[in-house]
Design a protein. Structure first.
Length: 160
């Protein structure tokens, strides 16, 4: 990768379809999210520098977002314990970001929406096979969504 002076900051959004039934700790939240053209047509590498989680109604749910350089094949489904085959993890996994209501995460409520935002202390370097990044959200405690489009993940990437 080249120096940071040539990088450009890109924001990409994904809104997984979620269930309105209660999620348990460690459940898969929605399906595979595609952060389309995360590297904006340039080299297929960069650094994840921020992550925002927007919940359109209710209190912010703690969760982990796992990232992949190609679309992972999941052996689990929405609202069940997350399960990803070992071969998928070995060949496609890039890293995870944990979003909790803690001192290193900026959390706020706006009207009926909740937002959690984190600037990563240690940016995660990632490479993509097709220019996209892929994510899978996992509950870190009980979560119940009011609507199937309640959750939006906003990813900040500095592309090479």
């Amino acid at each position: 990768m080249s120096g940071t002076a040539s990088r450009k900051h890109i924001l990409r959004r994904a809104t997984p379809t979620v269930s309105t039934s209660a999620y348990a700790d460690l459940d898969q939240v929605g399906g595979v999210m595609t952060f389309t053209d995360a590297f904006a047509g340039g080299p297929r590498s960069g650094v994840i520098v921020s992550l925002a989680v927007l919940l359109e109604s209710g209190a912010f749910p703690a969760m982990t977002v796992h990232f992949f350089n190609a679309s992972p094949t999941l052996t689990s489904s929405d609202n069940a314990a997350l399960d990803i085959a070992d071969t998928e993890m070995a060949s496609k996994y890039c890293g995870s970001i944990h979003v909790r209501n803690t001192a290193d995460v900026y959390y706020m409520t706006l009207n009926s929406s909740s937002v959690a935002y984190t600037n990563l202390k240690f940016a995660q370097v990632v490479e993509s096979t097709d220019g996209n990044l892929y994510g899978v959200a996992q509950a870190a405690g009980a979560i119940t969504f009011a609507a199937t489009d309640d959750l939006t993940i906003i990813l900040g990437v500095e592309a090479d």
